[in-house]
Structures are given as structure tokens and as C-alpha cells.
Ligand binder design. Structure first.
Ligand code: XMP
Length: 506
């Protein structure tokens, strides 16, 4: 595997994704919390950083365990760092070194630069620049304004580049990374979804032995793929629990339960709708609603998990971005804790945690799911928030409002599927607004609810844009909703992007 040492660049995850695209396993670790060097590591990449090497608080690291012993590739800050700390000169650049540039000099004899054509477009993004290199460091590529775009340390497998090979604007970036990873480090490119499944199942078998695992499923991609992997390893010793909180999409509980049973999972469906509705009664504040939903879920899940005797583990669908963004308090355990900081943790929270997907990116989870034969429809599902329709019904939540919104949502989502638009959208749904608007029906005036439809495109939910759905499609959906859903007489379409608007309305 390749070790990626992270100095905090926004691009570090992207480096990892590119390495994985080359079917080579890699891990990102922060420079200030590195694991002991494993024998499996055959090469090291130093990432970029928002810092300048000249900053007083710039990240520093002892490179002795790596340099000269393993192939090493410095990217941006990583390149400047090695130059600076070996006697080179790194200064603020006087000209703009952001954006596209072209290589005006390339030394194709250098293994890093093999097959990289002259004029190749590269992506620069740095405030500092290397002005002079230490003894024994030789330039292997230049652009018009950046003489030292790439260098090699003589007699070592140490290389560095000031541009970013991981972004797609560096057109030969993947070739360059391949030169390093395959050519220099000698990686075999054998890390595929199938090999991941094989090795993960073997590891899970060894780790779990005859232990029982409890896991909550939601119908989401991550928990489903994690459960199927665990099931492959320990069969019915994996006890899955799927709670109907009464805030799911129309028919979702039955449909998803059915597909889990088809997959052979040992799953128990628990209808707890009324408990959720009761706890939500009269609550209008979004955060209070979220907390109420979280609290009931924990109580129900705890009661169910006590029915599984001797369970030792809690299975979770945590994925890699959740792990590497660990600075933010994300994930179910963080929220769960806040509800139980008075009475102590519920028992299932004291179980050991097993997270078979915690080294994978989202698209890799899908590929692994596909390689295990999980239905493409399930793998391609839009994200759906844990509190479900509870936060799409603005204001207080009642069973009747849930029914109305389920019908509306169903018409919208089914319409997207029928028109082949579903996969062009990252997430879609409907909101029930807490306003009544006037309408006419026959000779009479009506005061009925307004619903808002939302469909966004996004990569990761952090930023999003509204999707320009065809007018004809919107017209048809609006007609169907108003004609078929009693209690709704007006449909609006949300045309706000995130930021500043969020995806959900609460
Ligand atoms: P926002 O509304 O913050 O949503 O733009 C970004 C993504 O997060 C989902 N979301 C939630 N997911 N619990 C969840 O599990 C929540 O309380 C929650 N709130 C928002 C939202 O659906 C979108 O995918």
C-alpha cells in the first residue's frame, strides 16, 4: 500500500482517490499522528498544505523513517518542504501560480516523467515557490513561469512536483501518479472490489470468530453494503434491525425489508411509528424534532438489541470520509451521546464497533456492493436523512401530514424514475410547508397546503445546485400532485443553491 501523509491540503482526499483508481490501496494519515510504519507500505506521498513552509506553525515531520528507504513523492507543500529543509530556497512567488500551466521542459528519462509529453497541461495552486534546490536535487520538469515544477533527488527514489497531479486539470496527472506508484514503487494494481471483498471477509472472520454482531439498517447504501459483507463473514450471527420510525417514504419499510430478506440477511423489522409520533407531538423546533427522533430510535434499538443474547459487536456503515474528517463531530455516535449524557450510555453503545467500510470512498462502496451482486436500484438510491420526513414537514409532525407528504414525494420520485431523470439527480424530495394558500375548486375557495419540490446535483452534499428539471416534467408532476393528493392545492419548485440555502429546509 501507499501511505499518504496529510499536511491538511483540500486535495489530499483526491490524491487517495486517484491512487485507488489505479487499483492500489492507500491510506491517508495526518502528519502529526502517523501510525507505526507497516511492512505493507511500499511508497509514501507527502500532500500539499494551506501553510507556507516558512510559517512559524508550519507542519513539520521527521522524514528519516522514509527518505532513502522508501520511494517518496512530495506534492506542492511536500515538494517545498523537502527542498526547504535540505538547504533549498522557498519564497513567496512574485507571479500568480494558480491554475493551468504547460510543461515547457520535461526530462522523460526520469522515471516519474516517463510518457509525460512536452506541453502537458498541469494545475498549479501555490503561494510559495522553490527558487533554488539543494545539492543533489535536479529539475526534471519546468513551466514557463515555474522553473522547478518537478525535481528528483540523485541516487534516491525521491521525487517531487509543485503542481497537482491529482486534479483532472493536470491532464497527464494519472500517468505521473502511475509512474510513481507502479513504475517506482512496484505496486501490482490488484486492489479491486473483488479483492477487497475477499480480504475483508477473511479479516472479519478472524476478528469476529463466533461472536454475534448487531446492526441497525436504514435502507441506505452504506449500511446495506456493510451488512452484506458482515453476513458473508458470519452469516446469521449478524442480527440486523430495521426500525420503522413512521417517517420513511411511502412503502419504503415493506419494500426495503423485502429486499433485505431476498439478500438472505437475518433481519427484524420493528414497527415503532406510534412511539415516534407521540414523542414528536407539538414539537416545531427542528433541532428538538431531531433530538426526539434520535432519542426514540435509541430506546427502540436498545430494547431490540437486548433481545439478541450475548451480542459482542455493533456493526456500522461508516465510510472513509467520515473517518478522515474526524475533526468534525459527525456520525451517529456523536449525536447519540448528546441524548444520553445524563442517564449514561445505552447498552448497545458499550459494544465494540466493527466498521467494514471505513477505508472506502462512497463510489468504492457502490463498486463493492455491485461486485457482491447487490441490486443496482438499491445502490443508486438518493441519500435520505436519518430523521426522514420528520424534517421535511416544516413545523409539527402528525401522522396525517406524513401521509400527505408520502403521497407527494411518491409522485415526484416515481416521476423522476419513469422519465429516466432519477440518476441525473443527487438527491430529491418534497417539503410540506406550514402555510395554507388559497385556491379554487369548482365554485368554492379552498385553503390547503403548499408543497415544495427540491432536486439537487452535488458530489458530497457539502455544496449543491438545483437541477434544471424540464418544465414539462414539473408541470406534469404538479398536476398529478394537486389532482391526486387531498389537502394540497399548490406546488412550488425550489431554485436555491447551497450555499447559501441548505438542501433540507430544516
Ligand atoms: P443540508 O440540509 O445540511 O443537507 O444541506 C446535507 C445532506 O445531509 C442530509 N441531512 C441529514 N442527514 N440527519 C441525517 O442523517 C440529519 O439530521 C440531516 N440533516 C440533513 C441531507 O438530506 C443532505 O443529504
Amino acid at each position: 500500500q501507499i501511505l499518504i501523509i496529510d499536511f491538511g491540503s483540500q486535495y489530499t482526499q483526491l490524491i487517495a482517490r486517484r491512487v485507488r483508481e489505479l487499483n492500489v490501496y492507500c491510506e491517508i494519515h495526518p502528519y502529526n499522528n502517523l501510525p507505526e510504519l507497516s511492512e505493507d507500505v511500499v511508497g509514501v506521498i507527502l500532500s500539499g498544505s494551506p501553510h507556507s513552509v516558512r510559517d512559524e506553525d508550519a507542519p513539520v515531520i521527521d522524514l528519516t523513517p522514509y527518505r532513502g528507504k522508501l520511494p517518496l513523492l512530495g506534492v506542492c507543500y511536500g515538494a517545498q518542504y523537502m527542498a526547504f529543509h535540505n538547504g533549498g530556497e522557498v519564497l513567496p512567488s512574485t507571479i500568480r501560480e494558480y491554475g493551468r500551466a504547460n510543461l515547457t521542459k520535461v526530462d522523460n528519462a526520469c522515471p516519474l516523467m516517463k510518457d509525460i509529453p512536452l506541453n502537458s497541461q498541469v494545475w498549479m495552486s501555490h503561494g510559495d515557490t522553490i527558487k533554488s534546490l539543494p545539492e543533489g536535487f535536479e529539475i526534471v520538469a519546468s513551466t514557463e513561469s515555474v522553473e522547478c515544477a518537478a525535481y528528483h533527488v540523485k541516487g534516491e527514489d525521491t521525487f517531487a512536483i509543485q503542481f497537482h497531479p491529482e486534479v483532472t486539470h493536470s491532464l497527464d496527472g494519472l500517468t505521473l501518479l502511475k509512474n510513481f506508484i507502479v513504475g517506482v514503487c512496484g505496486c501490482s494494481q490488484s486492489w479491486t472490489p473483488d479483492s477487497f471483498v475477499e480480504s475483508t471477509v477473511a479479516e472479519l472472520k478472524a476478528k469476529l470468530g463466533n461472536d454475534k454482531v448487531i446492526m441497525g439498517l436504514s435502507g441506505g447504501v452504506d449500511s446495506t453494503v456493510a451488512a452484506v459483507l458482515l453476513h458473508k463473514a458470519i452469516g446469521d450471527r449478524l442480527h440486523c434491525i430495521f426500525v420503522d420510525n413512521g417517517l420513511l417514504r411511502k412503502n419504503e419499510f415493506e419494500d426495503v425489508l423485502d429486499s433485505y430478506k431476498h439478500m438472505g440477511l437475518n433481519i427484524k423489522g420493528v414497527n415503532a411509528k406510534d412511539l415516534f409520533y407521540k414523542e414528536l407531538e407539538g414539537l416545531t423546533d427542528p433541532e428538538k424534532k431531531r433530538k426526539a427522533i434520535g432519542k426514540v430510535f435509541i430506546d427502540v434499538f436498545d430494547a431490540e438489541s437486548h433481545k439478541v443474547e450475548d451480542a459482542k459487536w455493533l456493526g456500522q456503515g461508516t465510510i472513509y470520509p467520515d473517518v478522515i474528517e474526524s475533526v468534525s463531530v459527525k456520525g451517529p455516535s456523536a449525536t447519540i451521546k448528546s441524548h444520553h449524557n445524563v442517564g449514561g450510555l445505552p447498552d448497545f453503545m458499550k459494544l465494540k464497533v466493527v466498521e467494514p467500510l471505513n477505508t472506502l470512498f462512497k463510489d468504492e462502496v457502490r463498486r463493492v456492493g455491485k461486485s457482491m451482486g447487490i441490486d443496482a436500484k438499491l445502490l443508486g438510491r438518493h441519500p435520505f436523512p436519518g430523521p426522514g420526513l420528520g424534517i421535511r414537514i416544516l413545523g409539527d409532525v402528525t401522522a396525517e401530514k406524513v401521509r400527505i407528504l408520502q403521497e407527494v414525494d411518491h409522485i415526484f420520485i416515481k416521476g423522476l424514475r419513469d422519465k429516466g431523470l432519477y440518476d441525473d439527480v443527487w438527491q430529491a424530495g418534497a417539503m410540506l410547508l406550514p402555510v395554507q394558500s388559497v385556491g379554487v375548486m369548482g365554485d368554492e375557495r379552498t385553503y390547503e397546503s403548499v408543497v415544495a419540490l427540491r432536486a439537487v446535483s452535488s458530489r458530497d452534499g457539502m455544496t449543491a445546485d438545483w437541477v434544471h428539471l424540464p418544465y414539462d416534467f414539473l408541470a406534469e408532476v404538479s398536476n398529478n400532485i394537486i389532482n391526486q393528493v387531498k389537502g394540497v392545492n399548490r406546488v412550488v419548485y425550489d431554485i436555491s443553491s447551497k450555499p447559501p440555502a441548505t438542501i433540507e429546509w430544516e
